[in-house]
Design a protein around this ligand. Structure first.
Ligand code: ATP
Length: 273
């Protein structure tokens, strides 16, 4: 297995990345999580560890419970009795990005980012501190020159960048993304894929783990250290596939034999479900 051959890779951020994260520190741990909405069971006995400093993608059939799984990780939902969601120590700060950016149309780009800093642990910030944090988050996603634009004056890709800036402004350790690029055209999607990876690799970033729900097998492979394939509802973890591509991930890596091999393996799992 290629994954075995690449035991340790030096990431662009200087972090040592194990291809198989067996000895790494867990960021979020789900243990035997089942969840039902009324009579409908959505999740069935899901046990999954998300490690620090890793990028995990979640794939699975439509409606199987991928978003529900993210909501469990966020503690917006509680698992049924017997299940447990645990964090490394105290609950880490978690940012979230949805498929649609959900921006306030009457607020400018920078005001949309500032808004998120009026809540949670950041609500103690002064107005000036909030503004500075929002400005630097916009800079991270390359939109500092559009700080005064309203959402309708920005393209879909730019609006999604603002949503990412908004999630990053609060310096989260964990970023949960629910099909963040699903509504974008292919060019913008690929561009944002790599922009996100560069942000994550930036040593100044607080970001440690990213969990991304996607419907694209290719996107999951190019972005992730591991791909979690869910089974049909009631969903469990069908299989976890490590991605033995070197870091940093760059444009053109789709030509790498390990890319083909991993895509093929995941396609086979989809076919067998
Ligand atoms: N609050 C809720 N109340 C009742 N049922 C719900 C609720 N949230 C989700 N569901 C149901 O749970 C199931 C899983 O939904 P979820 O959105 O997690 O799936 P998904 O895998 O993310 O779907 P998709 O890939 O289509 O986005 C669906 O049948 C959905 O209708």
């Amino acid at each position: 297995m290629l994954a075995k051959a690449i035991e340790l890779q030096q990431g662009a951020n200087g972090r040592q990345e194990a291809a198989e994260p067996r000895n790494r520190e867990v960021a979020i741990s789900l243990r035997q999580c089942s969840l039902s909405f009324g009579a409908v069971q959505v999740l069935n006995n899901v046990s999954l560890d998300i490690y620090k400093n890793e990028f995990v993608s979640i794939l699975g059939p439509s409606g199987c419970g991928k978003s529900t799984l993210l909501r469990l990780m966020l503690e917006l939902l509680k698992p049924d009795r017997g299940g447990e969601v645990a964090y490394a120590s105290k609950k880490p700060s978690i940012g979230i990005v949805f498929q649609k950016p959900v921006l306030m149309p009457w607020l400018t780009a920078v005001q949309n980012v500032e808004l998120t800093l009026t809540m949670g642990p950041n609500k103690k910030l002064s107005k000036q501190e909030r503004k500075e944090k929002a400005e630097s988050a916009l800079q991270l996603v390359g939109l500092q020159d559009f700080r005064g634009h309203f959402p309708h004056q920005l393209s879909g890709g730019m609006q999604q960048r603002i949503a990412i800036a908004r999630a990053l402004a609060a310096d989260p350790e964990i970023l949960l993304m629910d099909e963040p690029f699903g509504a974008l055209d292919e060019f913008t999607r690929e561009k944002l894929n790599f922009e996100l990876l560069r942000l994550w690799e930036n040593p100044k970033s607080s970001l440690s783990s990213i969990v991304m729900v996607t419907h694209s097998i290719q996107e999951s492979v190019i972005m992730s250290d591991r791909v979690v394939m869910m089974s049909p509802r009631p969903a469990g973890v069908d299989t976890i596939v490590p991605v033995p591509l070197p870091s940093p991930r760059v444009v053109g890596m789709e030509e790498h034999p390990a890319f083909y091999q991993t895509v093929k393996e995941l396609r086979k799992r989809v076919k067998d479900q």
